[in-house]
Design a protein around this ligand. Sequence first.
Ligand SMILES: [Zn+2]
Length: 433
Amino acid sequence: MSKRLAVLCLCLAVASPAAAVTAIRAGRLVDPETGRAAVNQVILIDGEKISAVGNVAIPDGAEVIDLSDATVLPGLVDAHTHLGITYKDIPEHDYYYLTYVMESTPLRAIQAASNGIQLLNSGFTVVRDLGNNALYADTAHRQAIEQGWIPGPTIVNSGIIIGSRGGQFWPTPEMEKYKGIVYPEYLDADTRDEIVKAVRENMLFGAKVIKICVDCKPWGYSVDDMKLFVEEAARAGLKVAGHVQTPEGANRAIEAGIWSIEHGIALTEEHHKKMAAKGIFLASTDTPFTDYSSTKERFDKTVAQLKSAWKNGVKITFSTDMDYYKTGNPMNRGELTINFLKTWKAAGIPNADTLKAMTITGYQCAGVEKERGPIKPGLAADLIAVKRNPLDDIDALRDVRFVMKDGMVFKRDGVMTPEKFFHAGPVKGWNKR
Ligand SMILES: [Zn+2]
């Protein structure tokens, strides 16, 4: 910036009125860290950040938002979702190979934007978006939110899932070798050189977490392979999330010390104990049994595994793997996501612990806790309000009445009011990715 321009900016800053302070009167304020609620609290918001919380005086001229008949709490986290893919019973018979060949990256980016809005509407202010986003639709989506073009949650995105050749697909030789059918749904990396290259490629194109297929193939990744992933990702401050579907894969992932294990399906109590000892996060994606998902047998197993993870002190997050749609189901992505509470209730997990998983542990797993999450001075003003106290009844979270993201009101009195989120240019400054 030239000196003259800098002076001009300074003058403008002085001349313009001070950024408006907003004051929220909270009838009840829940702190998920302690599992306690305080009554009649005030939250002051200065621009995008929280400036004070507690029994504080409301400054003259502050805009007051009256939530004195509501319960205010921090925004929710889905630690494992897929915003840019929805496989359907019609026309693709729930077969996502087909979704992938029928829906372009631009279409999936637009779908991701819609899904992001639906999630924010249900109170999810942070998500980890873990792959299957075609050719970096997730990066584009995150950028669009960060630059102020559309509303959406804070997104920690993985770019393309890295796996040994084929990823989660078992393609024909002709489609794989001559048509390159696996890319861009998966990024192949078999050798150590390829692992380094794939991690750097994802980081170049905007990944904020590295997602790998630990054992999508019977050979999978070795402990040393995964240590290399962890080491290479760490160069840019990224963590490694591992899709795990076998007990052996889980053993190797735990030994390698990856950041988070995705899916709980293969985990035994022994795994849970080891994960707790090593502080590995769990995004177990606990699908409820409904008329659109799971079976009674599968659900019983899911419930038992979630209960074991909780009982053994694993750092459990709320996570869904939400990426499907059944024709005729009227629920939106936000409602489908919050419906995973069914599993947590069936597992008998106390409301305070469920809420902690949906907030504090989620922020930590996503690595955002220093910037946003808890309702504390200095952090981003992300918060939601519901009618009743979720510590008494966790289903209170199904009816989110108010959402604030980065100090802007997205939803008020149960109705989306997103106009402040739409800008003609990158209001927060152009961000290269
Ligand atoms: Zn997934």
